[in-house]
Design a protein around this ligand. Structure first.
Ligand code: ZN
Length: 293
């Protein structure tokens, strides 16, 4: 694990380096983190021609922003990303503009995304395999929910799932909390994805924010339960008109996240507000169907 020091703070966003004859870096982090990640790769003994893969769980800027800079610095590396993310990695202007609107005044934490030549991008479908060498394989698992193009990464050798944001966020010292930012969250797909991750029987689950998720089955169960609570909150807000309050009542950040340092990280990032906006978007587009069930 490499702490990408998002916003200069430890314990917020992690990249994962899978070592072997053809090493892979999963989620290089924000553009602002590129110098930190380059230093970490050098410290791990990787020269400019050594890194072979940059694997993206999804194209939110806290995960993918450093991709263009690192692809230039490591010319042998191929970028692996879901089909729906690939065009943004090659031509980031639209993604960057949309992200600036979501992040608002916190934009400077993230920075933008430099383009990667299309010839260096490999589109990953579900079950796509990334060969690390020596028989070690990373398997890409479609885990829509946090975003339609979200993928998790199964390291078949160790049974570790690098789950990106599929389970949500668990800062050091705190508890798990959903990650449901705009603009394309899907609560049904998210639940199915969590079930799929659980069905892999992972030995370990690691998440982008931040580190080991704890007992894998318990973490998956907790995340599924939280999505149920969010759905209930969203549907209840149709009557009350208070989505933020409905979510806060069922999943109070102070109690669920708990630890004061973890709570401070959440507040600094503004992700609770992003959740409300994301769920409001889901309610507008998908909630009608959910209400009829
Ligand atoms: Zn994230």
């Amino acid at each position: 694990m490499i702490d990408t020091l998002l916003g200069g703070v430890t314990g917020v966003t992690a990249a994962y380096l899978v070592t072997g004859p053809r090493p892979a870096l999963v989620d290089p982090g924000a553009r602002t983190s590129a110098p930190v990640v380059r230093e970490a790769l050098a410290a791990a003994g990787l020269g400019p021609r050594d890194l072979r893969w940059i694997v993206l769980t999804h194209v939110h800027l806290d995960h993918c922003g450093a991709t263009g800079i690192l692809a230039a610095a490591f010319p042998e590396a191929t970028v692996v990303v879901h089909r729906r993310g690939a065009r943004h990695v090659a031509e980031p202007a639209r993604l960057v503009a949309a992200s600036a609107a979501v992040y608002g005044q916190r934009w400077s934490l993230y920075g933008g995304l430099d383009p990667t030549p299309a010839a260096r991008i490999e589109v990953a479908e579900d079950d796509h395999r990334v060969a690390i060498g020596g028989g070690r394989v990373l398997r890409m698992i479609g885990t829509a929910g946090h975003a339609r193009h979200h993928m998790s990464v199964l390291d078949e050798e160790t049974g570790t799932v690098i789950a990106g944001d599929a389970l949500g966020v668990r800062m050091e010292g705190g508890g798990l909390y959903p990650a449901l930012p705009p603009s394309e969250i899907d609560l049904d797909a998210g639940d199915a994805s969590l079930a799929r991750i659980g069905s892999l029987g992972p030995a370990r689950i690691v998440i982008s924010h931040f580190g080991d998720a704890g007992d894998p089955a318990a973490a998956v169960d907790a995340a599924r339960g939280q999505l149920v609570a969010v759905r209930e909150a969203a549907l209840a807000s149709r009557a009350s008109g208070d989505l933020e309050g409905e979510i806060a009542r069922r999943l109070p950040l102070e109690r669920v996240v708990g630890d004061a340092a973890a709570l401070a990280r959440w507040r600094r990032l503004g992700w609770a507000g992003a959740n409300v906006a994301g769920v409001a978007g889901w309610l507008a587009s998908e909630g009608d169907a959910a209400a009829r069930q």
